[in-house]
Design a protein around this ligand. Sequence first.
Ligand SMILES: NC(=O)C1=CN([C@@H]2O[C@H](COP(=O)(O)OP(=O)(O)OC[C@H]3O[C@@H](n4cnc5c(N)ncnc54)[C@H](O)[C@@H]3O)[C@@H](O)[C@H]2O)C=CC1
Ligand SMILES: CC(C)CC(=O)C(=O)O
Ligand SMILES: [Mg+2]
Length: 361
Amino acid sequence: MHAEIVVLPGDGIGPEVTAAAVAVLRAVGERYRHRFTLHEHAIGGAAIDACGEPLPEKTLTACRYADAVLLGAVGGPKWSDPRAKVRPEQGLLALRKALGLYANLRPVRPHPATLGAAPIKPHLLSGVDLLVVRELTGGIYFGDKTRDADSASDVCRYSVGEIERVVRRACELARRRRGHVTSVDKANVLETSRLWRETATRVARDEFPDIVLEHQLVDSMAMHLLSRPRAFDVVVTENMFGDILTDEASMLAGSMGLLPSASLGDERVGLYEPIHGSAPDIAGRGIANPCGAILSVAMLLRHSLGLALEADCVEQAVSAALDAGVLTADLAPARAASTAQVTAAVLEHLTADCHVAELRD
Ligand SMILES: NC(=O)C1=CN([C@@H]2O[C@H](COP(=O)(O)OP(=O)(O)OC[C@H]3O[C@@H](n4cnc5c(N)ncnc54)[C@H](O)[C@@H]3O)[C@@H](O)[C@H]2O)C=CC1
Ligand SMILES: CC(C)CC(=O)C(=O)O
Ligand SMILES: [Mg+2]
């Protein structure tokens, strides 16, 4: 197949992990004879430096016409002055909104080789397989903001339609999994959460009678995620709660650097990025974990290009590299491999022993 893919490396470790992901994408193209045409564009701080804005028109136009977008991360101290008029993060938020990517899928599946890196008892982690579906284009990140000398405000707003479509997406995904959805809100305090809960209940009852829906308040959910993570299948929640809970959930896997994501809407184009940020504390040292970015390539192949076998293959190659003990410093500080070494190990397994390869050849 032929696909046009826009690559947005961004800032900090963004370009480092994106280079790894692109190497894997190119290897998949060569191995299975697909023609992936890659177009690199600027976003975030890099775009502010190049042309004064975090999401240049040229970048947005390229993304609109692409089959998929692969992104690293944006932001960093260089652009974080509180008085700054433009911020790298605005570019990413604007891109998600412009492409209508309202459902952010963040799977969490601890790998046996990284259980030791998780600050959680291993017996709680075996069998954990959860999928957080985070609403991505509404809520407090997108509400009106005010600021004067001694006060500030951020408005959190959700419409029924915004809640319905993401809950529907979560229920559809649950149907292909274990049929259980946990909707997370703060309905004991927030009006937006009361609307969220009412809407989720109605959508599940009327359209998904086969799905078991439960509700959980976000504060206790933060605890349950760590104390009984096996209890969850699909978790659906609003934008900010999902952002925070998934960084927490990354500790089930052992590192923020391991988790991928797919941001989807109703159109074909999807945006694929690791859940982590630009990690300024380790940027430029060649030690970032590229697995979250590489696994985002697997999600891109599966969700935007319909290449499920190739996606499985990438996931198997990452698992094989982890099994072989090729781990970056976030997972194995005492015997750390570099970003390049982990990428090389993934590429080696991808071409050497991917069983899916034989199936298709
Ligand atoms: N999607 C995006 O582009 C996101 C951007 N950000 C931005 O990133 C910047 C830094 O934010 P932080 O709060 O420090 O969050 P962060 O996710 O960049 O880093 C948090 C911690 O995790 C570590 N870490 C993250 N990714 C890693 C990887 N692949 N390998 C090894 N270690 C990794 C970092 O070294 C750091 O100690 C900020 O400007 C923030 O706004 C934050 C989250 C998402
Ligand atoms: C705009 C981003 C910085 C928000 C975030 O932390 C994320 O999407 O994970
Ligand atoms: Mg985040």
